[in-house]
Design a protein around this ligand. Structure first.
Ligand SMILES: [Zn+2]
Length: 149
């Protein structure tokens, strides 16, 4: 997984399937990565508890954004799509353009780990939830963490 960080931009281009690949385009369009229904459900569950949060919060020192952030308590929440992050229960590994998808998903997972380390080093607590997790359970885990902070 670590080696994926060394893949250069030109090599990535080489790995990418042709833009004409209908299956790739269809899946990319069908699989949103921002404001997914899982994120919206979790946000609703947090609102019900009357807690205020930031959405798509830019994390300084990284190129990423937390799906949900509690800035004062420094808690960053990510809702990981079962497909994009390779959920052990629901992740699917497409057969068409298999190598490209595999690299893409492994790259996402490697990035998740490195972002978590970097945020941890700067005093953030990172909570990641699979999109299949019950939003009320996720909201409760977040509340518990914030109370601990
Ligand atoms: Zn899942």
């Amino acid at each position: 997984v670590r080696a994926l960080h060394l893949v250069t931009r030109s090599q990535q281009k080489h790995l990418a399937p042709h833009a004409s690949s209908a299956s790739v385009r269809a899946r990319m369009q069908a699989t949103r990565t921002q404001d997914t229904s899982a994120e919206l459900a979790l946000r609703a569950a947090l609102r019900e508890r009357g807690i205020r949060y930031r959405v798509n919060y830019k994390l300084s020192g990284t190129r990423s954004r937390a799906d949900i952030a509690f800035v004062r308590g420094r808690v960053a929440v990510f809702v990981d799509g079962c497909f994009w992050h390779g959920c052990p229960d629901h992740g699917t590994w497409p057969k068409t353009n298999e190598a490209w998808w595999r690299a893409k998903i492994l790259e996402n997972r490697a990035r998740d780990i490195s972002i978590g380390k970097r945020l941890g080093d700067s005093g953030w607590t990172v909570l990641r939830f699979w999109e299949h997790v019950d939003p009320r359970e996720a909201a409760q885990a977040i509340m518990d963490e914030i109370e601990r902070r």
